[in-house]
Ligand binder design. Structure first.
Ligand SMILES: [Zn+2]
Length: 386
């Protein structure tokens, strides 16, 4: 029905570039099957991002666990920089040859989405950031997209199934369609208030039929204290200076004693908009910017063949450690040769951020919940610049 792969086809290695399948045929015919180590690194990041988040490894582990391979990786949600390996797999090449396409796909897209979400959340600060972009992507991907938007820093997600995946209630306001069906914004918010569970915050959409400044007063007068927020989804053709529209609506509300009403905005919000709108906004619904985030171009490269360092042109050979000082945050890439190099000039201790995850298919670490990964992300990103 849908043009999507069956999960079993992914597990069986059918979602592969054909050249891996052909390589496997040749290696089998020639009885060549070395033990290799292969690392996953990004030589650069999209849009000049200085750092990115590594996510998607949970799904990759589900796949890799079925292969007889050994994996070291940085923890999900870790910040990384170009040229730092985020994962290294070790095993007989024939055992994982046809899975390279799928493993890369799982981490490249997830990492792009979570990084974009982290950037938006950092710009928005304490303001709410909601993932509203499921509708821009194939629906089969909605839970993956929104889970990674959430672990990257979004405060909530809009799709019901995504909410189940992350263990949080989905967030949403009301669609324009409700207002058009009910006949007016006031009728719509009154019905919303009458019908829906009182635990849901009353948020009215106010750009449907009238000017925002008048509509915001109409809904404020209709619901009073019960109205928690209004959402401005003002179309581009009417937007003019969006900041000024919001500022004017705020003025009119304050003047009439409705200062408690918060402002949410949505509709094509991108990174540049957030610092401009922050002074007058309490929450952002972000769609395409996050769901269509650029991917992180990780590559998988063999760095060791049968115990000997070996890599293609342009790649550093050999297994590596990414050492990070627990005290000052200094980072360095060193050979992973078991040698002790764990004291930093600052007096702190270096730890290898690549930790054993799978040993011949056996899982060595528990996967964190999305909420825990998100907490870790927020702590790391807090100290970084965009
Ligand atoms: Zn240090």
């Amino acid at each position: 029905m849908f043009l999507t792969a069956d999960p079993n086809e992914i597990l069986e290695g059918k979602i592969t570039d054909v050249y891996f399948e052909r390589a496997l045929t040749i290696l089998k015919a020639k009885n060549v099957n070395p033990v290799v180590k292969a690392e996953f690194i990004a030589k650069g990041l999209p849009k000049g991002w200085p750092w990115a988040l590594f996510t998607g490894i949970g799904e990759a582990i589900d796949l890799m666990q079925r292969l007889k391979i050994t994996v070291r990786a940085v923890q999900e949600g870790s910040v990384f920089y170009p040229y730092e390996p985020v994962m290294e797999i070790e095993g007989r090449y024939q055992d994982f040859c046809v899975y390279e396409t799928a493993i890369l796909g799982l981490i490249c897209q997830a990492s792009g989405i979570s990084t974009q979400a982290a950037r938006m959340k950092k710009l928005a600060g304490e303001r709410l950031v909601m993932s509203f972009g499921a509708r821009r992507m194939h629906p089969i991907l909605a839970p993956m997209i929104e889970r990674n938007a959430f672990v990257g820093g979004c405060d909530g997600v809009s799709v019901v199934k995504s909410g189940k995946v992350i263990g949080e209630d989905p967030m949403g306001t009301m669609p324009h369609a409700l207002i058009l069906c009910m006949g007016s914004t006031v009728e719509a918010i009154k019905a919303y208030d009458e019908v829906l569970d009182p635990k849901l915050k009353r948020v009215a959409l106010i750009d449907t039929l009238q000017d925002e400044k008048f509509e915001v007063l109409n809904v404020a007068q209709a619901l009073g204290e019960k109205l928690y927020a209004v959402r401005f989804d003002t179309p581009g053709s009417r937007r003019g200076n969006f900041y000024r529209i919001l500022e004017e609506a705020r003025w009119e509300l304050e003047l009439r004693g409705f200062g408690h009403i918060k402002f949410y905005v949505s509709g094509g919000i991108n990174e540049e908009d957030i610092p401009v709108l922050n002074p007058v906004v309490h929450g952002y619904g972000i769609g395409t910017s996050i769901s269509n985030a650029p991917v992180v171009d990780f590559a998988m490269d063999i760095v060791e063949v049968d115990g000997k360092p070996s890599a293609k042109r342009g790649k550093w050979s050999g297994s590596k450690s990414v050492l990070v000082c627990a005290l000052c945050g200094e980072r360095k890439i060193v050979p992973n040769n078991g040698r002790d190099e764990n004291s930093c000039s600052c007096g702190g201790v270096f730890n290898d951020s690549l930790i054993p995850v799978l040993d011949n298919g056996e899982l060595l670490v528990e996967q964190e919940t999305p909420a825990r990964i998100r907490e870790g992300v927020l702590q790391q990103v807090h100290k970084l610049t965009l």
